[in-house]
Design a protein around this ligand. Structure first.
Ligand SMILES: CC(C)(COP(=O)(O)OP(=O)(O)OC[C@H]1O[C@@H](n2cnc3c(N)ncnc32)[C@H](O)[C@@H]1OP(=O)(O)O)[C@@H](O)C(=O)NCCC(=O)NCCS
Length: 307
């Protein structure tokens, strides 16, 4: 993908999902969010287009979170569906994963679509647990003392914060690393990363949050693209504190709702969210290569949805 492909890629992305969801005006579907401009050009993202007679007809994005890679959104112009155009786009992201040497690759998709499960199955991905996209009302209040926002850290403090975030992610799954995602968000400014500290200035958890029309959040939402808690006996309390903090952040940036995805294999995290006012809005399914837990397993307190 080149910069000049962006308008077409965005138009196709919106109209493909609009068509999939039966929207009356597919071209203007999801005009409240962006999945194309915000990912293109980031150091940890590889972007691809499919062309037919020199015209952009589809796109796909591979994202590298250290040892974990996921892809999407994959979209093809609706009048060209079922002609094999998506498959080279899936091959391209798989080649990117191989080149990066990720140990686990995945995606999320529609569990009710035989087409999608078949398409990704051809490339070795296998469906596992559902991911619930859950929402709860924002919660006005003061951001507590043991929280900070990454973009507000003095430049010299960002390096140690990166190291701490890397340490937590690595404890969730060896090599998992969100620092490129965090750095890109800080540079592009359509959200911020919340840092939750324990006594003794040790990082307990962090949440990469989006909001506004240039982000992936959608209207009225603060969206947790990734949240992670350091494993250990205090993890349940820290998870509760991080969710509360995200709800407060949502209110402070003028968003009425917090939206966060949790894989149902992370049983305790899912149960906690159900018990503290989150309601599932949509369920999607994650597909994995290899067919293994990665960091979607019992005992892990993490939030994401690989969309
Ligand atoms: C999903 C999407 C990208 C697929 O693009 P596409 O170009 O139509 O896909 P392809 O033609 O390359 O591949 C489709 C495959 O599914 C198969 N398929 C279609 N309907 C099927 C069904 N009901 N059951 C099983 N397989 C089916 C096709 O036969 C083909 O497989 P084959 O080559 O082995 O025969 C496109 O439909 C799209 O943009 N959808 C809207 C957005 C979206 O859903 N994106 C993906 C989100 S995870």
């Amino acid at each position: 993908m080149t910069e000049s492909d962006l308008p077409a890629a965005r138009r196709i992305c919106h109209s493909a999902f609009g068509t999939r969801f039966g929207a009356p005006d597919p071209e203007n579907f999801w005009s409240d969010r962006d999945y194309v401009y915000g990912r293109f050009g980031a150091a940890h993202v590889a972007s691809f287009t499919a062309e037919l007679d020199g015209e952009v007809v589809g796109s796909n994005f591979a994202t590298k979170w250290g040892s974990v890679g996921f892809f999407g959104p994959l979209t093809v112009r609706p009048d060209l569906w079922d002609r094999g155009i998506a498959q080279p786009l899936v091959r391209a992201v798989c080649d990117a994963f191989d080149g990066w040497g990720v140990s686990h690759a995945g995606l999320s998709t529609f569990p009710d679509s035989p087409k999608h499960i078949h398409l990704y199955g051809k490339f070795g991905f296998y469906p596992r647990f559902l991911t619930a996209l859950m929402a709860a009302p924002a919660n006005p209040g003061d951001i507590q003392e043991r929280l900070s926002r990454y973009s507000e850290l003095p430049t010299g403090d960002r390096g140690p914060a990166d190291t701490a975030c890397r340490e937590i992610a690595d404890a969730l799954y060896p090599g998992l690393d969100l620092t490129a995602e965090i750095g890109t968000l800080a540079a592009r400014g359509f959200g911020d990363t919340l840092l939750l500290w324990e006594t003794g200035n040790r990082l307990a958890g962090f949440a990469v949050c989006h909001w506004g029309p240039a982000s992936e959040a959608g209207d009225g939402c603060c969206f947790v693209k990734f949240g992670g808690i350091r494993p250990g006996p205090d993890a349940p309390d820290h998870f509760a504190a991080l969710l509360d903090a995200c709800r407060t952040l949502a209110a402070s940036v003028g968003m009425p709702n917090l939206l966060a995805g949790v894989n149902l294999a992370r049983e305790e995290a899912y149960r906690h969210m159900k018990g503290c006012g989150f309601r599932t809005e949509v369920q999607i399914v994650t597909m994995h290569r290899p067919n293994d837990w990665c960091y979607s397993r019992p005992g892990i307190y993490a939030l994401d949805d690989w969309r």
